[in-house]
Design a protein around this ligand. Structure first.
Ligand SMILES: [Zn+2]
Length: 335
């Protein structure tokens, strides 16, 4: 298949959409997946990009549509770009994060089953079908969008230098190294993070990044643009597009999964001084949980360590145990 570097394989880039139906629903309806394949004018890497395996995270889908407009107008690029705009049609239709038990009682969260199982549950079959395409990629971008109260960032697997370069190229203000496998803590294992696409890719030697664009459940121009410029910058970094990556990220932080959690249920009012991206000190006040009917303060939430405040819940009502805020630890504190 390889023609050798720099050898023209055709005069113009080509595009085709391929539909396939790897899964049948209880009603007998076939679930369809669509992927787009863009082949450039010369040999180069294959970049696999998917969005919306958590269906409510719609900004990645729109970013892929805009990338389509860009690539079909491009006179020249190298290698192959494969995109899947809607990786999980079930959660996309429900505008949800997971599927209900009726559809998948084994694995309601698709991003816990990679590389999937073609004889398994609906999500395991969907992941297996996508993996047959993704496993041939040189690099993978798995687009997600965290909630509106999260600073956009890119996650990569700690120790994967190539993935870290991709994260830097993507260009968000913050990127997070996440330990995996034996290096990860008990919560990582308890939450079955080993089944993330990024972790499966890393285990197969494919550098993979998870951009969290920010703002799920609605199309938000800033999040979409961040996705498009980030993808194009990664495509430059790997040599699909000419030129250099747009910008380099600041030093990385570590995603250690430690969070400030609600010790009591109630209404959480974040401290007005809590701005995403700012540095906070251990013990700094992040807000108050109070009883909404008696007004009694039930918890003063504080930062558990020094670091960069990158997520604060603004949903109002919280149950005991809910995440209130997340602080990422700058990596130099480990070294
Ligand atoms: Zn997600």
């Amino acid at each position: 298949m390889s023609l050798g570097p720099g050898v023209d394989r055709q005069h113009m880039p080509t595009h085709q959409r391929i539909d396939w139906t790897p899964v049948q629903l209880p009603s007998g309806v076939n679930l369809r997946l669509s992927r787009h394949e863009y082949r450039g004018t010369a040999n180069g890497p294959t970049v696999y990009i998917q969005a919306a395996q958590h269906g409510r995270e719609v900004n990645g889908t729109e970013a892929i549509r805009r990338l389509h407009d860009y690539l079909i107008d491009a006179a020249e690029f190298h290698g192959t770009v494969v995109t899947v705009p809607v990786a999980d049609p079930l959660t996309f239709d429900r505008r949800s994060y997971t599927t209900p038990e009726e559809l998948d009682s084994i694995a309601p969260n698709m991003n816990r089953v990679w590389p999937g199982d073609e004889a398994g549950s609906i999500h395991e079959r969907l992941a297996a079908a996508l993996w047959t395409v993704a496993r041939d990629a040189t690099v993978i971008i798995d687009l997600h969008t965290a909630s509106a109260s999260t600073l956009p960032h890119v996650v990569f697997t700690e120790g994967d230098d190539e993935a870290e370069q991709l994260a830097r190229a993507f260009g968000t203000e913050l990127h997070l190294a996440e330990p995996a496998g034996e290096a990860a803590g008990p919560e990582w294992h308890a939450r079955e993070f080993h089944g993330k696409l990024r972790v499966a890719a890393h285990g197969n030697g494919i550098p993979c990044i998870t951009p969290e664009l920010g703002d799920s459940e609605r199309l938000q121009e800033g999040a979409v643009e961040l996705g498009v410029t980030g993808i194009r910058s990664v495509l430059r970094a790997v040599g699909v597009l000419p030129g250099k990556p747009t910008k380099e990220s600041p030093p990385r932080c570590r995603n250690h999964l430690a969070r400030t959690r609600a010790a009591a249920a109630g209404l959480f009012r974040p401290d007005p001084s809590c701005e995403l991206g700012t540095t906070v000190s251990s013990g700094a006040s992040l807000g108050i949980v109070y009883n909404p009917t008696t007004f009694e303060p039930r918890q003063t939430a504080t930062a558990e360590q020094d670091g960069v405040l990158y997520a604060v819940t603004r949903r109002g009502t919280v149950a005991a145990g809910d995440r209130l805020a997340s602080v990422a630890i700058p990596t130099d504190q480990f070294e």
